[in-house]
Design a binder for this molecule. Structure first.
Ligand SMILES: [Zn+2]
Length: 423
């Protein structure tokens, strides 16, 4: 079960606890998990006795998504990251496939319960209680997505309401009929659902939703996106971070001062992506501690983050990522020599209430990216376009081409939004 006392442990106790759990897991992996045995033997740590403390941990190899994809390709269907015989596993899911070949991931009963426990931290951080009714508008398919948020709501004792297999209007009607107080979905979908309601004369802010929890995109961590979701729903919006292969590791507290990393269930490191050395800002590297059947250790997430200094007002001692996930390292654009994350562009576009949807078109020219931003402006208007251009210049320090497209012409997203299109 979710245990709030863990969130305020002194740092030394937290580190001891992490090490105890890691060492116990490592002993098991060295005995039975072919993937980690091979990876660590190559790095001179083939036995549990080779792992005596944090210095040894820091010498373990960094791992990447490509390594697991290659392993699953060479050893179909599930690869070699299996600590137990296949009959121990009870769930199979896969990544959304937005960035190449989907990764499959198996869970045991224990690790599925662990997922629900991790989501307990996420939901409790957002102030969700057992008397809440949590609506999850999600197509409950192979993508792990909000399956685990749904399980987490149940584990917390709240009422979990599945919202798969129906259109947006039916979803709004269900939320109304069942008195949903919490909405769990991607930031894009929260905006789309609200837009759909408004187009039919239904104001989502009149529904009893008081909290929204988002994942799948950096959106809810971007101030302008958050403000817009909160305005549409008349609710407080919370950001959360997780990955299919890793787990639900990051969440906001009521102070909303960045993402806390759940350090009872994960070990977080931040490295300079070029050198691999520890850095206050750089790539987030994670290890999970409760998914023993298929764990991930020293995993390069590809997410750029900045560690916050000082304690959080909420009293949690967990590390904090300032501004949440700042962007995907492989999504970073270089526009006339300036590094720009698509999330920074979104942060500016979302300040304009007349813009419902947008798309970023990227054309590579040599080593540089040429960017054009397409926006749907309600009622058209050159004035709005001029304002957006000026906001880009002021906010990013560069000029971007901005063009209007007819309202409703760009795609809407239920899962991870694909708004960056490369020509
Ligand atoms: Zn906090």
């Amino acid at each position: 079960m979710y245990d709030p006392a863990l969130e305020t442990l002194p740092r030394e106790r937290l580190r001891e606890r992490q090490w105890g759990r890691f060492a116990a897991m490592a002993a098991e992996l060295c005995a039975t998990n072919p993937f980690w045995k091979a990876a660590w033997r190559a790095a001179g740590a083939g036995a549990a006795a080779d792992l005596r403390g944090w210095d040894d941990f820091a010498r373990l190899p960094l791992t990447t998504k490509q390594m697991f994809v290659a392993d699953q390709t060479a050893h179909p269907s599930f690869g070699t990251n299996l600590t137990y015989p296949l009959e121990r596993y009870v769930r199979v899911h896969q990544t959304s496939g937005t960035t190449g070949t989907p990764l499959r991931w198996l869970d045991t009963q224990e690790s599925w319960d662990w997922w629900a426990r991790c989501w307990g931290f996420v939901l409790a951080g957002a102030g969700v209680r057992p008397d809440d009714r949590v609506y999850v508008p999600f197509s409950f398919g192979l993508f792990i997505g909000f399956w685990t948020g749904f399980e987490g709501a149940r584990a917390l004792g709240a009422l979990a309401i599945p919202g798969g297999g129906v259109d947006s209007l039916t979803r709004l009607a269900t939320m109304d009929a069942l008195g949903a107080t919490v909405l769990v979905c991607t930031p894009s979908y929260a905006l789309h659902l609200a837009e759909t309601g408004r187009a039919r004369g239904l104001d989502p802010a009149k529904l009893p939703v008081r909290v929204t929890v988002h994942a799948g995109e950096p959106g809810a961590g971007i101030p302008a996106v958050r403000a817009r979701i909160e305005e549409c729903w008349g609710a407080r919006a919370f950001d959360h971070a997780g990955m299919t292969e890793m787990g639900a590791y990051g969440y906001e507290c009521e102070a909303q001062a960045g993402l806390h990393v759940n350090e009872t269930e994960f070990i977080a490191e931040v490295i300079d992506p070029a050198t691999g050395r520890p850095a206050p800002e750089g790539e987030l590297v994670l290890t999970n501690l409760g998914r023993l059947g298929s764990p991930v250790i020293r995993y390069r997430t590809g997410d750029r983050v900045r560690l916050a200094e000082g304690p959080c007002a909420c009293g949690r001692t967990f590390a904090r990522l300032e501004g949440g996930i700042l962007g995907r390292l492989d999504d970073m654009l270089i526009v006339r020599g300036v590094n720009v994350f698509p999330s920074a562009i979104e942060g500016i576009v979302r300040r304009f209430s007349a813009i419902d949807e947008f798309r970023i078109e990227v054309r590579r020219e040599g080593q540089l990216d040429e960017v054009r931003v397409l926006v749907e402006v309600a009622g058209g208007g050159d004035g709005a376009l001029r304002d957006v251009r000026e906001a880009f210049r002021a906010g990013l320090g560069i000029r971007l081409e901005v063009a209007a497209v007819p309202p409703g012409s760009l795609p809407r997203f239920e899962l991870k939004a694909r708004r960056v299109v490369r020509a």
